[in-house]
Design a protein around this ligand. Structure first.
Ligand code: F6R
Length: 603
């Protein structure tokens, strides 16, 4: 969701900006633009609706310079048009600014200060850049003072990068809630929303914290607080290779990431186990084990992984668990238990909805853990503890390997807690063995891609609606399976508790409606079979996906059995492939589905 790049002090600025924007494409966007300034006093602004490839076509050979800023926009205020695309500029064409976030008081500020300014867009961002200009021109402030003054008035979330045409040796940078990093190059410096955008230029990055102002020059980076106090911060190294984020021989990232799941399971196993012993931060283990209730907070696919985690923690660690939607929880916090502990699940580690809960949790003085795929992300930095998902960069917007990794890492923590607390289990649970079984089982599924391509065609071609049903662990799984299908194929899909269908939803079942029924949950299996009969009796086109243990003759997909508690690690894979092939058949952009963003940095 909105991506920012910036460069100062490099002759290849245009190339670095465009390349960086391409790397940020995965975040989701609808338009893009760059501003480039050169030593000869020339500058260029190019903006375009649609893909970066469109923008590239508009960038002529003359667009060269030593510094510049770039942006991918995911529309919030105003439609995706060239006028609304960033960079935005002040009415006198002196200041150019890109923004990620939402300014909540832009209308008031516009009315109070800018009634005689000429606006060309409908965006909140244009107010910010005009406001800087207002203080520079009407109150005679220098650019930095005007920038700081505007920041002191603006409310909401932002990452800003601003250029003053009169001082083209520097970029003015600030952030509040939205992510932004400094990258240290050799003789030049950069900024970016995500380190992945700049890995070809540097592996050395410096965090920017909320409420800080950065002046980025080619040979100097100054970080200060809004009230001017100097901040010293060491850089850290990002151990990713540019090749880690390439598609390799795959046509798109999603299929590559589905295929990477067995390797991720093995990586989690070898990282979190030392022989038979679980390796986790002992201070965290003590802290979380002393909680009387866990609150798992997340959004979307991560929320669905949390629903699976609830069972795992309650069983293995003997602790009650509440699973909460981040966007709701922050504003409707229930009465908390005496000793709560918060776990945030977030692939990106940047989700604004989750972050606003974490800010509140920190204010209340509670401890927290972020499970994330992105170390050094905002949620990782701001939580008390972090556990890494170790899935490797996930670029496709639809999350696949982060979901399965999340469940596995939840199981690692739950198992460690159970051992720490001396929880007596009814039957032994060998997590290492289970992760190895899961890796093998996923491999057998992804080796049969043709089969799922055919299922996607036979069940979903030309269909408008589809249902996933299941009980217990299969209900949690059905929510994720249906989310995958709707987000990339645009087929209206719902996940239902199988027993709940008859309380209303079954009225939607008619001849030919595709219903994917999961039977991996031992307790619910017999009843789910009954619900399948009810659906078939009304003409529903049912595909049964069962695990070997509960399979019956005639089941179309039979999966290798693993422990039910973590079975969604395996049973989600057919749904990922079905969604993938259904989307492909419809000609959709599988990796970048419409309207969606990978890193959802607005609330
Ligand atoms: C769906 C998907 C989203 C994210 C959600 C939360 O495939 O990826 O539903 O799960 O936006 O994002 P994270 O996990 O980054 O907090």
């Amino acid at each position: 969701m909105c991506g920012i790049v910036g460069v100062v002090g490099n002759d290849n600025t245009t190339k670095i900006l465009l390349n960086g924007l391409e790397k940020l494409e995965y975040r989701g966007y609808d338009s893009a633009g760059i501003y480039v300034n050169n030593e000869k006093g020339k500058d260029f602004l190019v903006k375009e609706v649609g893909k970066i490839s469109q923008l590239e076509k508009e960038v002529g050979p003359e667009v060269q310079g030593e510094m510049g800023i770039g942006h991918t926009r995911w529309a919030t205020h105003g439609q995706p048009t060239v006028e609304n695309a960033h960079p935005h500029y002040s009415q006198d064409n002196r200041f150019y600014l890109v923004h990620n976030g939402v300014l909540t008081n832009y209308a008031e500020l516009k009315e109070k200060y800018l009634s005689d300014f000429k606006f060309v867009s409908q965006t909140d961002t244009e107010v910010a850049v005009q406001l800087v200009d207002y203080f520079a021109t009407k109150e005679n402030m220098d650019a930095e003072a005007a920038f700081r003054k505007a920041l002191s008035l603006l409310e909401g979330s932002y990452a800003f990068a601003m250029v003053d045409k009169e001082q083209p040796d520097r970029i003015f940078v600030a952030k509040n809630k939205s992510p932004l990093l400094i990258g240290l190059g050799d003789g030049f410096n950069v900024i970016c929303s995500d380190a992945m955008a700049m890995l070809e230029s540097t592996h050395k990055f410096v965090e920017i914290h909320d409420g800080e102002v950065v002046i980025l020059k080619k040979d100097n980076v100054s970080i200060t607080t809004l009230d001017g106090k100097a901040v010293q911060r060491d850089p850290y190294t990002v151990n990713l290779d540019a090749s880690d984020i390439s598609k390799g021989t795959y046509a798109n990232y999603m299929l590559k990431e589905i295929d990477e799941q067995p390797a991720t399971m093995r990586k989690i196993s070898s990282h979190y186990f030392d022989g038979k012993d679980i390796k986790v931060d002992q201070k965290m283990l003590k802290d979380v084990s002393e909680a009387d209730r866990l609150y798992i907070v997340a959004a979307g696919t991560s929320y669905n992984a949390a629903l699976v985690g609830k069972d795992i923690f309650e069983n293995l660690a003997d602790v009650p668990v509440d699973v909460e939607l981040a966007s709701e929880f922050g504003y409707h916090m229930p009465k908390l238990s005496q000793k709560p502990f918060f776990i945030f699940l977030s692939q990106s580690g940047e989700t604004a909805d989750s972050r606003q809960v974490l800010v509140r949790v920190n204010e209340l003085g509670y401890h927290s853990l972020t499970m994330t795929n992105v170390p050094n992300s905002t949620l990782s930095r701001e939580a008390t503890y972090t556990m890494e998902l170790l899935a490797g960069p996930e670029i496709a917007v639809a999350s696949t390997k982060a979901y399965t990794a999340n469940i596995a890492v939840e199981a690692v923590l739950a198992k460690a807690m159970g051992e720490y607390k001396g929880v007596q289990l009814a039957k032994d649970f060998d997590l290492q063995g289970q992760l190895s079984l899961a890796a093998n089982a996923i491999q057998t599924i992804v080796d049969e891609k043709d089969r799922f391509e055919k299922i996607a065609h036979d069940y979903l071609a030309g269909k408008k609606d589809a249902f996933y049903i299941g009980r217990g662990i299969d209900y949690a799984l059905s929510l994720e399976a249906s989310l995958k299908l709707k987000e990339i194929s645009y087929i209206h899909a719902e996940g239902f508790a199988a027993g709940e269908l008859k309380h209303g939803t079954i009225s939607l079942i008619e001849k030919g409606v595709p219903v994917f029924a999961y039977v991996n949950d031992g307790i619910g299996a017999a009843h789910t079979r009954g619900n399948i009969q009810e659906v078939e009796a009304r003409g529903g086109h049912v595909l049964v996906i069962s695990s070997k243990k509960y399979a019956q003759e005639g089941d179309q997909v039979v999966l290798p059995s693993i422990d039910e508690m973590i079975s969604p690690i395996v049973s989600v894979v057919p749904a990922q492939l079905i969604a993938y092939y259904a989307a492909l058949e419809r000609g959709n952009d599988v990796d970048k589905p419409r309207n969606l963003a990978k890193s959802v940095t607005v609330e």
